[in-house]
Write a protein that binds this ligand. Sequence first.
Ligand code: HEC
Length: 124
Amino acid sequence: MVQTPVQSTDESRPVSAAPPEGGSAGTEPVRRSPVWVRVLAGIGYTLLGVFLLGALAFAFGSMWLPSTESRAAYTQLRAAGQAPDYDRQFHIPIPGCVCHSDNPVTVMQHSNRRISQCMGCHGG
Ligand code: HEC
């Protein structure tokens, strides 16, 4: 004997289902997080990303690459034996973070120093 369908498939919800919003029934289907939770999570991930970028910049960031003039001037002084060599180390140049010194030696020496190292020589 064929049973009469109690619920239609497309239009209405199942007859026995819990109330759609805020019900305390244990049979409730999985609900998506409330909007405020998702907004907070978004802000959280954004802050985390900004923080990680900042930490990366602090650990390895350096001032932007020296100008061609500074390089040329330094190379000349170096060839003439009037400029010391400088440490080369891994660093990430930060766009817009420029060295304002006119002294090519200072510029080249500072060119690959990391932001985390500034304090070591410049107080703080
Ligand atoms: C190894 C030590 C040391 C580190 C690390 C260092 N500095 Fe310096 N800095 C010096 C010295 C020494 C001078 C003066 C050099 C000179 O005048 O020839 C100087 C000079 C400067 C000047 C003045 C330049 C001028 O000619 O007016 C600025 C600005 C500066 N440093 C910024 C920074 C920043 C930003 C950092 C981090 C990226 C940094 N320094 C890391 C040693 C250091």
